[in-house]
Design a protein around this ligand. Structure first.
Ligand SMILES: Nc1ncnc2c1ncn2[C@@H]1O[C@H](COP(=O)(O)OP(=O)(O)O)[C@@H](O)[C@H]1O
Ligand SMILES: [Mg+2]
Length: 387
């Protein structure tokens, strides 16, 4: 019997993929070690992103099968462990890079910051936050787009008071986004007749609509594209991560302290969609009445708990305020209709906080270049001539 080498084992392990992350376990850095005994006993260490990884059985089985197929291997032991936070973030980076390399081109510029406004559940105010955040970013002087990715449950047109229909440019054949209140906006609500007809499009359009909105809309050079995500953690999230590898996620939550469950759900969504979570937004926080008394109708502290749980900053806390509802119903979002209102001010502060965490691409280019230079020096390469 020939003696099997560690190199040979690594070679076959390159054929074992993490179906969810879409890369092989060696490339993803999930192989923590390989030991080969002279008698042909092989031990493979696999570090899973999370201990309760749903793909655990598949990965373990594939690993054992592949390694056993090598001549000279008498038996295989697969030892799985869970990754540390740092290891996990490195794996996610590799997975993201892969996704980016495989990504289909879209009309969204690679320098546009894409912020997907998500949540673990519906009705927490994603659309209200998306709309007011987009307008507040625009008020800071940025060029902003707002994509309503809630394909059948769209509410952005109503919130912005937009009634026009989308048209395509005669020459480029590209769909022109509606320009409303200074931002570019696209929604299925600008294509179909009524909210009732939306139901008919269910399923039919769902998978294609997002692709079209990203691939066939002439967005132009935006600094920020805010995406109002549909509720839940499903297909649209995954598709977005695939189509727009630069997309990052902010999570809207209520002040209720049921954060543990939400945290697990959004962390799982981030993992499956490759979208890193950049911050938490608490919405419907303490309502202050005209006498100055604050009522925590939906509890308090949930935003902080969730942000601690998933180790990202709490970007803002938006108070519960009737002006948010009225603004949304009348096409006059509170940041524009009543900028001094406490909720409006909270939205403006949120926009500034977001810009801190996710600065416009141009501001980052310089540090990006330095980072690349340092990386090249570390690798012992001659730094490429900088342009
Ligand atoms: N900060 C807030 N204060 C008061 N009402 C709010 C606030 N945020 C959202 N709402 C209201 O809650 C309801 C759900 O908000 P919406 O933005 O449509 O949530 P989602 O998009 O998550 O389903 C709407 O009627 C909206 O006006
Ligand atoms: Mg919504």
């Amino acid at each position: 019997m020939p003696q099997v080498t560690r190199e040979e084992v690594y070679k076959v392990l390159e054929r074992v993929t993490d179906p969810e992350l879409g890369g092989n376990i060696v490339e993803l850095g999930m192989v923590s070690g390989v030991a080969v005994d002279p008698d042909g006993h092989v031990e493979v260490g696999i570090a899973l992103t999370i201990a309760e990884c749903p793909m655990r059985g598949t990965i373990e089985g594939d690993t054992a099968r592949r390694v056993k197929s090598l001549p000279g291997v008498t038996d295989v032991e697969v030892v799985t462990t869970a990754m540390t936070k740092k290891q996990r973030s490195e794996v996610m980076q590799t997975a993201r890079k892969r996704a980016r390399d495989d990504a289909e081109p879209t009309q969204v510029s690679p320098t546009t910051r894409v912020v997907a406004v998500s949540s673990g559940k519906g009705g927490v105010g994603k659309s209200s936050v998306s709309t007011n955040l987009a307008l507040a970013l625009s008020d800071l002087g940025f060029s902003v787009g707002l994509l309503d990715a809630d394909i059948w449950g769209f509410s952005i047109p109503r919130m912005l008071g937009a009634t026009q229909k989308l048209v395509a440019d005669d020459d480029t054949k590209l769909i022109q986004p509606a320009v409303v209140q200074g931002i570019k906006m696209v929604s299925t609500g600008l294509i179909i007749e009524s909210e009732e007809t939306a139901l008919m499009w269910r399923g039919l359009m769902l998978s294609k609509a997002l692709e079209q909105f990203l691939g066939q809309v002439e967005w132009g050079e935006l600094e920020y594209l805010v995406i109002d995500m549909p509720p839940g953690t499903g297909d649209i999230q995954m598709a977005l991560g695939r189509l727009l590898p630069q997309a990052e996620m902010v999570v809207v939550t209520t002040p209720q302290k049921a954060a543990q469950k939400v945290a697990v759900r959004v962390a799982d969504m981030a993992r499956r969609s490759y979208m890193p979570i950049v911050g938490v937004i608490e919405n419907m926080a303490g309502f202050t009445c005209e006498h100055g008394e604050t009522y925590n109708l939906f509890g308090s502290g949930g935003g902080r708990v969730l942000s601690d749980e998933i180790s990202v900053p709490l970007l803002g806390s938006i108070p519960l305020d009737p002006a948010v509802v009225a603004g949304g119903d009348e096409g006059a979002p509170v940041v524009r209709a009543d900028p001094d209102n406490p909720a409006a001010r909270a939205f403006s502060a949120l926009a500034s906080a977001l810009v801190e965490v996710v600065p416009p691409a141009e501001d980052e280019r310089c540090t990006g270049r330095i980072a690349k230079l340092v990386a090249q020096l570390e690798e012992g390469l001659e730094p490429a001539a900088s342009g």
